[in-house]
Design a protein around this ligand. Structure first.
Ligand code: MG
Length: 409
């Protein structure tokens, strides 16, 4: 859910078109010479006329404009769609007369409301104010749709602004400024702004690495027991971990290509004096690893999130692990599954985080990453991701970070 602020003039209406049509008519009929500059925002400079003449034009036309201006194509449909998607709509306007004490104030306010009603615009509230950046802050607006250059510049300092493209605001660009050319285009920009992802680590977050629980380390010992290794004579966990390193001491176990996997297995085989082949090993591995405790609550949380954002897994894993992972979490339910052995790169290498950003096309501030390793979290943090350092049994911590992430900004 997002709180969306919507300006009226220039956004719901094509105000510039009206000014050009009715302004040039007004000045022509009164023999007032003018010269048009259509890249200028609502002011006397559009026509190079005097302040007095421009004010006279608006004075004569403001109520006609306010009552009769047509709404831009599809604005009503898109707002209806946004409301159906549970977004909140706030009309924020500084229409003439409505923001300060004067004899037309209430009249104009009701003209505006009537116009919105007639055009079937659904909204949660309407605010008449010239201090739109302040209003956006007070209401905690997630995205403002605006066309006035000054407002675009100010509001975008603190939140995304969808700038309705007009000649007069063309040069306003920036990280928080999304340019839209139509109401359907506004809809797509909202989707872009809304686009968020929660990424889960697997080992430690979904699958237990906790002491006292049947975890992957206990399972390492059981695997070797089943393969007739005398586990009292050899430190299984240490030696098994050592096998991850190739002859140059470089740890490759979970970023391996097939040949590297085979080399890895040769090392394991030699170290533990195994008699089996890789296929047999894989079978025992899969069975024993299948007994490891995993946190169904975390998976449930992840799947519930699908209504609100994308979900992904980013994990350092070996090819032997994928089947089991699939059994536990049903990978097809995840929008993205990034596994080190498939990417040939692993955490905390900066490269793998970069790959994630590139593939999902979601900006760092819209990513939440949950991992139980500080090393992995630190790199994510340095890239501007939101992070949560937690293990799968720290459910409240995980839930809190997700709530904060989805409601934030
Ligand atoms: Mg406007």
């Amino acid at each position: 859910m997002m709180k969306i602020g919507i300006d009226i003039d220039g956004v719901l209406t094509d105000e510039q078109r009206y000014i050009l049509d009715y302004g040039s008519a007004f000045f022509t009929k009164r023999n007032i010479p003018y010269k048009i500059h259509d890249d200028i925002y609502d002011s006397k400079e559009i026509f190079e006329v005097s302040e007095e003449d421009y004010d006279a034009f608006w004075k004569e036309h403001i109520f006609d404009y306010s009552e009769n201006i047509s709404i831009r194509p599809f604005a009503r449909d898109i707002i209806k769609k946004l409301v159906e998607e549970n977004h909140e709509i706030y009309i924020i306007t500084s229409r003439s007369y409505t923001t300060y004490e004067n004899e037309y104030r209430l009249k104009m306010q009701s003209v505006v409301k009537e116009w919105l009603k007639r055009n079937e615009i659904k909204y949660n509230d309407i605010i008449f104010s010239r201090k739109k950046d302040k209003i956006c802050k007070e209401l905690n607006i997630d995205a403002m749709i605006e066309d006035k250059p000054e407002n675009v510049a100010k509001i975008s300092k603190n939140r995304p602004v969808i700038c309705y493209n007009e000649g007069y605001n063309k040069k306003y660009t920036g990280e928080n400024i999304y340019r839209a050319y139509s109401w359907y285009d506004i809809y797509n920009k909202i989707k872009e702004i809304e686009n968020k992802i929660v990424i889960f680590d697997w080992g430690g977050v979904i699958e237990s690495q906790k002491e006292g629980e049947y975890n992957i380390f206990t399972s390492d010992i059981d695997i070797m027991k089943r393969l007739n290794v005398d586990v009292n004579k050899i430190d299984v966990i240490e030696e098994y971990t050592n096998c991850n390193n190739d002859e140059n001491g470089i740890c490759i176990s979970c970023q391996s290509k097939k040949e590297e996997c085979e080399a890895w297995f040769e090392r394991v085989k030699k170290k533990f004096n195994l008699q089996c082949d890789l296929k047999e090993f894989a079978k025992v591995y899969d069975e024993e690893r299948g007994k490891v405790v995993y946190y169904k609550d975390v998976i449930e949380i992840a799947k519930k999130l699908k209504k609100y954002c994308k979900i992904g897994i980013l994990s350092n894993l070996m090819f032997l692990d994928k089947e089991r992972l699939n059994k536990q979490v049903e990978l097809k339910d995840f929008d993205y599954v990034w596994l080190s052995f498939e990417l040939n790169c692993k955490k905390p290498d900066n490269k793998i985080y970069e790959m994630v950003e590139k593939e999902c096309k979601i900006k760092p501030s819209n990513i939440l990453f949950i991992d139980d390793s500080k090393e992995n979290i630190d790199v994510a943090k340095s890239r501007g991701w939101n992070t949560c350092l937690a293990s799968g049994y720290e459910l409240d911590k995980i839930k809190d970070s997700i709530d904060k992430f989805l409601n934030c900004k």
